[in-house]
Design a protein around this ligand. Structure first.
Ligand code: NAD
Length: 513
């Protein structure tokens, strides 16, 4: 497999991965620089040795970005959009190689690796159009011969902290919008997936270079949580967009909040599908199984709970058990497999621990889990997807376990189902499977799902880039990607212009000299 990696790097014209992305003069030159080995969860082999940033490296990158911002913001937004269009073209040209790298480094199936690159391409297209639509409103002034309007200006440096499970798409969601808005970006990817980040940064940087744009509009900083902490505490970074666990989001939010900066938080989910007695059960089965085992249960939108009407509960359970017996687990680069590995051994231990906790609370497993052994699973990161019958209030059910464990919960009335669905601390994605209009509309009403995403006859997993993406409660409240999510990357300014010969005050206040 190391051959594949070198082929991919050659294809992307990356000779030295530690040189391919450097921004800032001092990067990696300090004697304190740590070099860490990165291993693939797919076969356990070492993929690369990557330099991790020191605090000095971080500072130098911020300085480079701050300087670049002063020029980048002067370029008209549609011209910035043109550069993003070219980045999209490069991503298109390299979709196969990048998608393969995502699959190998992160462990998701090849189809999902390609899908992730497609998401980057889609957001580039979206951002190009957006670059001509950064609209503000005009208002009628209460004073004669006055004009009032609002406009949006870029914020400056956008810090993007991303998680391992979407190692490239989340960066693109943020960076492409931020760039057309006139901001510059510093990306701190997950320390578990630096190679895909280096490849993307390299692609973007080449496009900026070809357009004679000064270094620093696109910056990458490889490092672990300490680098994320530097960013969260740094008042030179007006917006920190952080994707990851709720634990991480609480830390970032507190640090950014303490300096009255802005944060955009995309955190953990605990997503449920309600399967009503009026559901198409075959369709529901595909949605539920893809949602639970896709990306080995490591999507923020993975289906963790199925809330099933008592009249169809047994029948649907049998369908699930039968479907799970057909799931093929193995090398994600082999397109015959449905499910690849978890990201690392720690994730396997958390999965095993959650199964024990579930059993201790009374959970009854109808499909048993466990770690897979043998040569095909030599990385030690492969597990069996499993299903347990539980009560919604179990502590383990209230918690997001980032692994393919699916919980079944029975309900009687639609009101009870919605209460169960909402009865967890997280609020990302939710779904109802029904052909009954009343059930569907109740689920979508103010008395329905409390999540940022609520779907009808679609599972919880997977979203299109055109909508605003994000969730409520412990998911963090952030929205990124489509709709008007761009506004968070800009500052709004209200302008009032007096073209009269007097100075009337607002609210009719008199002040004569
Ligand atoms: P994680 O929280 O361990 O790490 C995410 C990123 O945050 C990494 O880059 C990490 O280095 C950094 N980080 C960790 N602690 C930090 C701190 N105190 N300050 C600053 N940075 C810090 O998450 P993970 O294991 O990589 O990803 C899985 C989690 O991400 C799941 O909870 C999943 O639901 C969530 N996620 C959410 C979304 C969403 O859009 N809502 C998308 C993808 C993943």
């Amino acid at each position: 497999m190391s051959l594949v990696i070198s082929d991919i790097l050659n294809h992307l014209h990356i000779n030295d991965i530690n040189e391919a992305f450097s921004t800032g003069s001092n990067w990696g030159s300090s004697p304190d620089t740590e070099v860490k080995d990165i291993f693939s969860p797919t076969d356990g082999k070492k993929i690369a040795s990557v330099k991790f940033a020191t605090a000095d490296d971080y500072n130098s990158v911020v300085e480079t970005a701050a300087k670049a911002f002063k020029t980048w913001r002067t370029i008209p937004a549609p011209k910035r959009g043109e550069i993003v269009r070219q980045i999209g073209e490069q991503l298109r040209a390299n979709k196969k190689e990048l998608g393969t790298l995502v699959s190998y480094e992160m462990g998701k199936s090849l189809q999902e690796g390609y899908g992730e690159v497609q998401e980057m391409i889609d957001i580039c297209d979206f951002a190009v159009g957006l670059s001509r639509q950064l609209y503000g409103l005009t208002m009628h002034s209460e004073r004669p011969e006055h004009r009032m309007y609002e406009q949006y200006h870029p914020l400056g440096i956008i810090g993007v902290i991303s998680a391992f499970n979407f190692p490239v798409a989340v960066w693109a969601w943020n960076a492409m919008l931020a760039w057309v808005c006139g901001d510059v970006c510093i990306w701190k990817p997950s320390e578990k997936t630096p190679l895909t980040a280096i490849a993307c940064q390299h692609i973007a940087q080449e496009v900026f270079k070809a357009n004679n744009i000064e270094e620093g509009v696109s910056c990458l900083i490889i490092g672990d949580r300490e680098v994320g902490e530097l960013m969260a505490n740094d008042s030179r970074v007006p917006l920190v967009s952080a994707t990851g666990s709720t634990r991480m989001g609480k830390a970032v939010s507190a640090a950014v909040g303490a300096r009255l900066g802005k944060s955009l938080l995309e955190l953990g989910g605990n997503n449920a599908i309600i399967i009503t007695e009026n559901a198409d059960l075959d369709m529901s089965l595909i949605g539920a199984v893809f949602g639970a085992v896709g990306t080995a249960g490591q999507r923020c939108t993975s289906t963790r709970r199925l809330i099933i009407h008592e009249n169809v509960y047994e029948a649907f359970k049998q369908k699930l058990v039968s479907a799970y017996s057909q799931i093929k687990i193995g090398d994600p680069l082999n397109e015959n497999n449905h499910m690849g590995p978890l990201i690392d051994q720690d994730a396997v231990n958390l999965y095993l621990d959650s199964i024990e906790k579930c059993k201790a609370e009374g959970g009854k497993f109808v499909v048993e889990g466990g770690k897979l052994e043998g040569d095909a699973y030599r990385s030690g990161c492969y597990v069996k997807p499993c299903i347990a019958e539980v009560e919604n209030h179990y502590q383990i059910v209230q918690h997001e376990t980032f692994a393919p464990i699916l919980y079944l919960i029975k309900y009687k009335t639609i009101e009870e189902a919605i209460e169960l669905q909402n009865g967890v601390p997280q609020g990302l994605s939710s779904a109802i499977m029904t052909n009954n209009l009343r059930e569907a509309e109740t689920f979508l009403s103010y008395a329905g799902s409390d999540c940022g995403i609520a779907n009808v006859n679609i599972g919880t997993s997977g979203a299109e880039i055109g909508g605003a993406f994000g969730g409520e409660k412990e998911t963090g409240g952030g929205r990124e990607s489509g709709s008007d999510a761009w506004k968070v990357y800009m500052r709004r300014q209200t302008n009032t212009i007096n073209y009269s010969k007097t100075l009337p005050l607002a609210q009719g206040i008199k002040f004569d000299l």
